[in-house]
Design a protein around this ligand. Structure first.
Ligand code: ARG
Length: 593
C-alpha cells in the first residue's frame, strides 16, 4: 500500500515527500529541503542529493556519521517502506539512486487512463496570478513582437490553468497617451460626420496613424489643436471621449481577429483603465518619501540604475511607468494576485526592473531572496528575424500583417498536404472539410511551435520552410508522430476503451520501461515550465517523448503480439500525453495525416 506520505503531485514531488520523512529520521537536528532530481546516471531513475550538504552542516558537531557516504546510506535506509521504490544504491559522496518499481510506474499510467490526464496536474504553490501579455498599442501596428507575446503568454496561461491556478489573462493595450490628441483631431478633420461613418470608412488605422502624424509634424496649428485635444480628452469631455472610443474600437476589432484565429482568450484592461488610480498610488509613494523632483519632473531614484524612473512628466502628464505602477498596485490589492507575469520583448527589461524595484521600496513586494509571494516576473523574449538576419518584415510593406501571415501558414501547409496525399494516392480518402481543418491545425500549430520551442530569450528566424518541414523538431513532425499512434490504435482489433477498464500494463522490455517512466514525468515537466516560465521545456519534453515512442515502436511489436493489450495501452497513454502537450501549447492535434 502507498503510504499517506506520498501525497499528491508529480512523481518528483511524491519522491520528495518520502525523502523528507527519511531526512527527518536521519538528521532530526537539521531542517533541510529535500533535493530530488531525475537521475543523470544509469543507476537509478531519481536521485537524492542531500548527503553532501548535510555532511557540511553536521561534521565536527559530534555526529556519529563518518562521511557523506554514510549519511547517504542512512537516508537510503530510512526511506519509508512502500511499493514505489524497487531498490536504492548509494554512490560516491552519498548520492542516493532510486529505482522505481515497474508495477508502480505501470499503475500510475493505468490510473491516468481511467481517471484522465487532469489527475496528472502538478500542484503549484500559487492560487491566483495575472499574466499581462499580447498588449498591442491602439492605432499602431500589432507586430510580430506582439505575436510572440500572445503565443508565449497564452501557453503560460494554459499551463497554469491546467495546474489549477486561477489566471487573469490581461491585455494591457496602449489605449491612452498623447498620440490620441492627433488621432482625434485628424478624425474630426477627415470625417466631419465621424459619428455616423462606419468603421470601414476610416479604413486602415495604421495608415490613419501615419497620416495624422504627418499632419502633426508639418502643421503647427494642427499640432496645437492636437495638444489641446489631449487635455480635453483627459478632462473627460464627451465628444473627445466618444472619438477616442471609436478609434479604440476599430483597433480592437483588428486585434480580436488575430485572437480568434489563434484561439487565444484574453481580457482587455488597457492603460486607460488604470488611469484613475494613478494619483492615489503616486500619493502613497510620495508620502513614503519615494518621489523626488528632478529637472521639473517627478521621479523615483532606484538603486542600480543611472537614470531615475519618471512618474510625472515635466508637463504634468502621466506616462507608461506611472500606469504600470498603478496597474501593479491594482493587481496586488484589488485583484489579490500572488504572481504577476509580464510578457514583452527583452527591450523592456530595464523598465520592469525599475517598476519592480520601486514596488519593493514601497513595501508592496517582499525581497526576492525570501522566495515568497507576492512576486513579479518579466518574461522577456528575443526578436523575430527574417531570412536576411534583420528584423522580420514582409516584402511589400514594412509591417507584417499578422492575419496575412497566419493565412499564409495555412495555404502553405495545405499545398504540402495535397501534394503528399496525391503522391501516395490517398487524396480520395479526404473530404474538403478534413483538408481545410487539418491544414489550419498544422499551419497554425507550426507557427506557434516554432516560436515556443527555442529558449524565449534567443532571437529566432521566421521561416515557413523550416517550420512546415516534417523532419526535425517541428510541429508537423509531432503531428505526424501523434497521427501515427492513432492509426496504430485504429489498426488493432482490440478496443482500447475496454482495455482501459480491464487491462493492465507491464513494462518488461527496456524500451517499454523508458517510455513509461518518461510518461509519468509529464507533471514535473509542466511544473518546471511553470516555475521557470519556460514553454520550451514542455516542447523539449514533447519532442523527446515522440522519439522515445519511436524507439519503443521500432523494438516492440504492438499489433499482433502477445503483449498487444499492454502495449496498446502504452500507445494510448502516449497519445493522451502528447495531446495534452499540444493543448498546453495551443496546438490543435490531428488524428489522421
Ligand atoms: N503596449 C506595450 C508595447 O506594445 C506592452 C505593454 C506590456 N505590459 C505592461 N504592463 N507594460 O510595447
Amino acid at each position: 500500500q502507498e503510504p499517506a506520505a506520498l501525497g499528491a503531485g508529480s512523481v518528483k514531488q511524491q519522491i520528495s515527500n518520502l525523502v523528507v520523512l527519511s531526512l527527518r529520521a536521519t538528521v532530526p537536528e537539521v531542517d533541510v529541503e529535500p533535493m530530488v532530481e531525475v537521475c543523470t546516471a544509469k543507476f537509478g531513475d531519481y536521485q537524492c542529493n542531500n548527503a553532501m550538504g548535510l555532511w557540511s552542516r553536521v561534521k565536527g558537531s559530534g555526529t556519529s556519521f563518518k562521511n557523506p557516504n554514510a549519511i547517504g546510506q542512512a537516508i537510503s535506509k530510512n526511506l519509508p517502506a512502500c511499493d514505489v521504490i524497487e531498490s536504492t544504491s548509494v554512490a560516491g559522496p552519498g548520492f542516493v539512486n532510486i529505482v522505481l518499481s515497474n508495477n508502480w510506474v505501470a499503475k500510475r499510467i493505468q490510473d491516468m487512463l481511467v481517471n484522465g490526464i487532469k489527475t496528472w496536474a502538478p500542484i503549484l504553490p500559487v492560487k491566483k496570478l495575472v499574466i499581462d501579455f499580447s498588449s498591442p498599442n491602439i492605432a499602431k501596428e500589432m507586430h510580430v513582437g506582439h505575436l510572440r507575446s500572445t503565443i508565449i503568454g497564452d501557453t503560460l496561461a494554459r499551463m497554469f490553468e491546467f495546474s489549477n491556478v486561477e489566471v487573469l489573462r490581461r491585455n494591457h493595450v496602449g489605449d491612452w497617451g498623447t498620440q490620441f490628441g492627433m488621432l482625434i483631431e485628424y478624425l474630426f478633420e477627415k470625417f466631419p460626420n465621424w459619428e455616423e461613418v462606419g468603421n470601414q470608412a476610416i479604413g486602415d488605422l495604421q495608415l490613419f496613424y501615419k497620416a495624422s502624424k504627418a499632419r502633426f509634424d508639418d502643421d503647427a496649428e494642427f499640432k496645437d489643436r492636437a495638444q489641446q485635444a489631449v487635455v480635453r480628452l483627459q478632462g473627460g469631455e464627451e465628444k473627445y471621449r466618444a472619438a477616442w472610443k471609436k478609434i479604440c474600437e476599430i483597433s480592437r476589432n483588428e486585434f480580436d481577429q488575430v485572437y480568434k484565429i489563434l484561439n487565444v482568450q484574453i481580457e482587455e484592461k488597457g492603460e486607460s483603465f488604470y488611469n484613475p488610480y494613478i494619483p492615489q498610488v503616486l500619493e502613497k509613494l510620495s508620502n513614503q518619501g519615494l518621489i523626488t523632483e528632478s529637472e521639473g519632473a517627478r521621479v523615483i531614484f532606484i538603486e542600480g540604475h543611472q537614470i531615475p524612473l519618471i512618474v510625472v512628466k515635466r508637463d504634468g502628464g502621466f506616462n507608461y511607468a506611472s500606469t504600470d505602477l498603478a496597474a501593479l498596485w491594482y493587481r496586488l490589492n484589488e485583484e489579490k494576485a500572488e504572481w504577476i507575469i509580464y510578457v514583452t520583448d527583452v527591450g523592456q527589461q530595464q523598465h520592469f526592473d525599475m517598476v519592480f524595484k520601486a514596488a519593493r521600496m514601497a513595501g508592496w513586494l517582499p525581497d526576492p531572496k525570501e522566495k515568497k509571494f507576492p512576486k513579479t516576473s518579466h518574461v522577456g523574449f528575443g526578436l523575430v528575424l527574417g531570412a536576411d538576419g534583420k528584423r522580420f518584415r514582409t516584402r511589400s510593406t514594412d509591417v507584417v500583417r499578422l492575419a496575412d501571415l497566419l493565412d499564409e501558414a495555412i495555404s502553405r501547409s495545405k499545398s504540402e498536404l495535397l501534394q503528399r496525399l496525391t503522391e501516395n494516392g490517398k487524396i480520395v480518402d479526404w473530404t474538403d472539410e478534413e483538408l481545410a481543418k487539418t491544414s489550419e491545425a498544422v499551419g497554425h500549430g507550426a507557427v506557434k511551435y516554432a516560436d515556443l520551442k527555442n529558449n524565449r530569450l534567443t532571437n529566432y528566424t521566421f521561416s515557413f520552410e523550416q517550420m512546415l518541414s516534417d523532419k526535425g523538431n517541428t510541429a508537423v513532425y509531432l503531428q505526424y508522430a501523434h497521427a501515427r499512434i492513432c492509426s496504430i490504435i485504429r489498426k488493432s482489433n482490440m478496443d482500447v476503451e475496454e482495455l482501459k477498464k480491464s487491462g493492465s500494463i507491464s513494462l518488461g522490455h527496456p524500451d517499454e520501461r523508458v517510455l513509461g517512466l518518461y510518461l509519468i514525468r509529464f507533471a514535473e515537466v509542466v511544473e518546471e515550465a511553470c516555475t521557470n516560465l519556460l514553454p520550451s521545456v514542455l516542447c523539449e519534453y514533447l519532442y523527446n517523448l515522440s522519439e522515445m515512442f519511436t524507439r519503443f515502436y521500432t523494438n516492440c511489436q504492438v499489433v499482433g503480439s502477445p503483449e498487444e493489450p499492454s502495449r496498446l495501452l502504452l500507445c494510448e497513454a502516449t497519445a493522451i500525453v502528447m495531446r495534452q502537450c499540444f493543448q498546453l501549447l495551443g496546438i490543435t492535434p490531428v488524428y489522421k495525416l
